[in-house]
Design a protein around this ligand. Structure first.
Ligand SMILES: Nc1ncnc2c1ncn2[C@@H]1O[C@H](COP(=O)(O)OP(=O)(O)O)[C@@H](O)[C@H]1O
Ligand SMILES: [Mg+2]
Length: 249
């Protein structure tokens, strides 16, 4: 196995010295699709913030061995000024450039390749604000790819997507993982996560981690979601699925 992309050892995370998530103990191999499951307030976003280096562990260690980027939530309200899909994708290269340089031909080519990878070549010149939610999300993935991030964090990327965009994003995640990208996805959809390589169940503490067939049992889901679970008929193996959470951070 390749060296792990992310290693957590006895890690605890929190704010102002107060832990909100502890017992983190996992290793994520590169090229994995990892479903991060948990109720609202369970600690998913806190884990992502720690992986991005925005907060430091209160205890233990959280090691990120590759370049990492988050795929931002798409928010139309911040898009009053006209930028094209290509402009947004090009922005990914800015972090790695000296302040006095402007993106040139090489950066634009990388951004075009990234747009091609997410299936948006035809929309390159479209105004970002005019794209659908699913398309904007894919542009933001392209921006992360342009930044050459090896680990991509997606915090509830399926919220608000229609079925078609959801299917499209799922296959894009599959494709990214096949090409070696590690993708960690916070989601409320247990069934979806059960199709990925690894799951990490969080509820203020790590409830379980591993391959879905081992790490997703009825007791695990009960500990993860507490009382918020419903039985799913015809799913005897999984047994339970969380009631759909509708929320917007
Ligand atoms: N900036 C913050 N300061 C203090 N507490 C926070 C902050 N951000 C989140 N929390 C708390 O940390 C806990 C985990 O939140 P979060 O990581 O956002 O969970 P999730 O993303 O799974 O919904 C919650 O109790 C939340 O109130
Ligand atoms: Mg969150």
């Amino acid at each position: 196995m390749d060296a792990a992309a992310v290693i957590a050892a006895h890690a605890a995370l929190g704010y102002g010295g107060k832990s909100v998530l502890d017992g983190l103990e996992f290793e994520i191999p590169p090229g994995s699709r990892v479903g991060v499951l948990g109720p609202n307030g369970g600690g998913k976003t806190t884990l992502f913030r720690a992986l991005l280096g925005e907060i430091s562990p209160l205890a233990g260690s959280l090691e990120v061995t590759a370049s990492i980027s988050t795929v931002a939530q798409t928010d139309r309200s911040r898009l009053d000024y006209p930028v094209s899909a290509l402009d947004v994708a090009v922005m990914g290269s800015l972090a790695g450039m000296p302040w006095w340089k402007r993106p040139g031909r090489a950066e634009k080519r990388r951004a075009s390749e990234a747009l091609e990878k997410v299936g948006l070549t035809e929309q390159a010149k479209s105004s970002f604000g005019d794209l659908s939610g699913g398309q904007r999300q894919r542009v933001l993935i392209a921006r992360a790819l342009t930044a050459e991030a090896e680990i991509l964090l997606m915090d509830e990327p399926f919220t608000g997507l229609d079925n078609k965009s959801e299917a499209r994003l799922e296959s894009l995640i599959d494709e990214l993982a096949r090409s070696g990208q590690t993708v960690m996805i916070a989601t409320h959809e247990v069934e979806q996560a059960s199709r990925w390589d690894l799951v990490l169940c969080l509820n203020r503490t790590q409830i379980s981690f591993g391959r879905p067939e081992e790490a997703l049992s009825k007791p695990v889901l009960e500990a993860t979601y507490g009382g918020h679970i419903v039985e799913i008929p015809g799913q005897p193996d999984l047994g339970v699925l969380p009631a759909h959470h509708h929320h917007h951070d």
